[in-house]
Design a protein around this ligand. Structure first.
Ligand SMILES: [Zn+2]
Length: 202
């Protein structure tokens, strides 16, 4: 039995495309993959759907597909890292095209016995197919609706999480105040204390 991984809030509450990226995270200096089985994927997706008030859906049937999700995640992560730093290149666009490309979103028509048939519709396919389509939709919305400067990577040391900064002043620096924000505050406090102690000691 594999133990259930506790996902960071950013892997559930952020827009789907970012939440998906945030399923790979660092805890106590160790990289943790929150999607190490399709059961994990299903569980994660249910949490996301609930947080976003969508109907929970889909059952994982495809035994493969996890590999596709991992490739998608690392490709998307790399492209977004470049996007956040305003360093994206044509290579990023091309690799995104490959993993989230049009074939996935468009229906495929064919003909059988003189009738037009839908050979593949966007609403059919495996759990992973649909999930990838949802992630693609979410990523498109994110790029269309969000000023690039508002998509950020957490400033926390070691933290690899992405988030959308919805604060008024666009000054948010942490994926979560409870984790990285607090850790930073504690570190600043500790350094200040040390300096004061030293001054007092002299
Ligand atoms: Zn963080």
């Amino acid at each position: 039995m594999s133990k259930v991984v506790r996902l960071p809030a950013a892997a559930i509450e952020e827009p789907l495309a970012l939440a998906f990226l945030n399923t790979l995270f660092v805890e106590d200096g160790t990289e943790i993959d929150g999607l190490s089985s399709l059961k994990d994927v299903e569980r994660w997706y249910r949490q996301v759907a609930q947080a976003h008030a969508n109907a929970p859906l889909l059952h994982a049937q495809a035994a493969h597909g996890l590999g596709r999700l991992r490739i998608l995640r690392s490709t998307l992560r790399l492209a977004l890292q470049h996007h956040v730093r305003a360093q994206a290149t044509d290579d990023d666009a091309r690799s995104l095209q490959n993993v989230l490309g049009a074939g996935l979103l468009a229906p495929v028509f064919g003909v059988a016995d003189g009738r037009v048939v839908v050979e593949a519709a966007p609403q059919t396919g495996t759990f992973v197919d649909r999930l990838i389509r949802d992630i693609a939709d979410s990523f498109v919305d994110l790029l269309n609706d969000t000023v690039p400067e508002r998509i950020k990577r957490c400033d926390g040391e070691d933290c690899v999480l992405f988030f959308v900064d919805r604060s008024k002043a666009a000054s948010r620096a942490w994926c979560s105040m409870r984790t990285c924000g607090n850790r930073h505050k504690a570190a600043v406090h500790y350094r200040r204390r040390q300096r004061t102690d030293k001054t007092k000691g002299n």
